[in-house]
Design a protein around this ligand. Structure first.
Ligand SMILES: *Cc1c(COP(=O)(O)O)cnc(C)c1O
Length: 405
């Protein structure tokens, strides 16, 4: 399939280019010291990811430790309520640790092991990435430093406890607003000072090259599995696929399996409380081109051009930008990016739980809400939704804020 000069038959090989660009987006905008470290990772990745030893080791880990392949479930009762559209979910909630994040964390940690590194360094906001990376570090017997703002440490006590139980060192970041942005800066600084011994593990398809590419590649197992499974279940491709977009890793991996197919692809961003700046985190919908955290993409800016404050009911989606590949696919028109607000998300959370016996993460509930809306508009056909994670982590918040419906 070709679109605006891009051939999707060879897309995954050709994008990003060797400098890490998807069109004008991506690249690497970091200090000279960090660039040296990024070059080292890029070189190692290009060599190691082609080795049959690395590939078969990663496959074994996915099967024996993560529980892959995760299944696809047909949503019989929900579909029945929506007329003639058949809804399906790809069950990343059944991946070990309960979300897709472990897919790239195990890949990054295996790369670290092959590179002879002793320590994994990461930042975390809500703690989900921290838990996934701490899990990977424990599995490989690596040290692990997770940088986290003191505000988030207070808010996310259960995840902090999980990281510590898994043996990670949670490094408290107290300066500035003491949230995710400061944690990213502190983690980058620590890494620049210690890159011989350690490796930085970014939590999504963001940051400088090679991370948007590497994380997409590690997550593409989701889309490749889903395409095969859907074909063998139904004998055809889905008419549409849907995933939520925060930084954009679960969606990038899921979409990768279908980019060259006649399938409508939808990325869903959080509209939060509404369209006013500060009330949402829909960066592709309302943002403009800009550089932050070492890469060029579409981002939400404040009046000074810095990353704007953002909000979503799903803490895993409140990031003021998205990966460069999404900005590229957005401009090309290959993926349609749209929004879902908090209220519709919470409705979908309860609907999926009650009708199907699957409690989704609030992040994933955005994709479920959009899938339901799409089904009503389509009238017939099939929709496959990526259920990026399970909702256990969200129980306390849901009960406190919404009660039990
Ligand atoms: C972190 C997270 C997301 C958002 O991250 P992406 O990089 O956009 O995938 C979505 N769903 C779940 C369950 C998460 O934990």
């Amino acid at each position: 399939m070709k679109l605006n000069g891009v051939d999707f038959d060879t897309y995954l090989k050709n994008y990003p280019d060797e400098k890490g660009y998807f069109g004008k987006y991506g690249g690497s905008y970091v200090s000279d010291d960090l660039q040296k470290a990024m070059d080292e990772i890029t070189e190692a990745y290009f060599t190691i990811c082609k080795s049959s030893k690395f590939i078969s080791e990663l496959r074994r880990i996915r099967r024996e430790f993560q529980g892959r392949p995760t299944p696809i479930s047909y949503l019989e009762r929900l579909s029945g309520k929506l007329g003639n559209v058949q809804l399906y979910v790809k069950r990343e909630d059944l991946n070990h640790t309960g979300a897709h994040k472990l897919n790239h964390c195990m890949g990054e940690a295996l790369l670290a092991k092959y590179m002879g590194k002793k320590k994994l360094i990461a930042e975390t906001g809500a703690g989900q990435h921290g838990v996934a990376i701490a899990t990977a570090a424990a599995y490989f017997g690596l040290e692990c430093d997770v940088y986290m703002g003191s505000v988030d440490i207070k808010k996310q006590a259960p995840n902090v406890a999980r990281m510590k139980i898994l043996g990670a060192n949670v490094v408290e970041v107290t300066h500035g607003l003491a949230t995710l942005k400061e944690a990213v800066d502190a983690a980058f600084d620590a890494y620049a000072n210690d890159y011989k011994n350690s490796i930085y593990c970014i939590g999504s398809v963001v940051g400088p090259h090679p991370f948007p590419m590497m994380v997409r590649d590690f997550q593409s197992v989701v889309g490749i599995e889903a395409r095969e499974q859907f074909m063998s279940m139904t004998g055809e491709l889905p008419d549409a696929i849907v995933a939520c977009v925060g930084g954009g890793s679960n969606s990038a991996g899921f979409f990768a399996g279908f980019l060259n197919d006649p399938v409508d692809i939808y990325g869903v961003e959080p509209l939060g409380r509404g369209t006013a700046m500060g009330d949402h985190a829909a960066s592709l919908q309302y943002g403009t081109e800009g550089i932050m955290h070492g890469f060029n993409s579409i981002m939400l800016k404040d009046e000074n051009g810095d990353p704007a404050p953002v909000y979503s009911v799903a803490s895993g989606l409140d990031y003021p930008s998205s990966g460069p590949e999404h900005a590229f696919l957005h401009d090309l028109g290959r993926v349609k990016y749209d929004v879902v607000n908090d209220d519709d998300t919470i409705d979908a959370f309860f609907t999926l739980s009650r009708l199907e016996g699957i409690i989704p993460a609030i992040e994933s509930s955005h994709a479920v809400a959009y899938g339901i809306k799409l089904a009503k508009e389509m009238g017939k056909g099939s929709v496959l939704i990526n259920l990026s994670g399970r909702g256990d982590k969200d129980m306390d918040y849901i009960i406190e804020r919404y009660g039990i419906r």
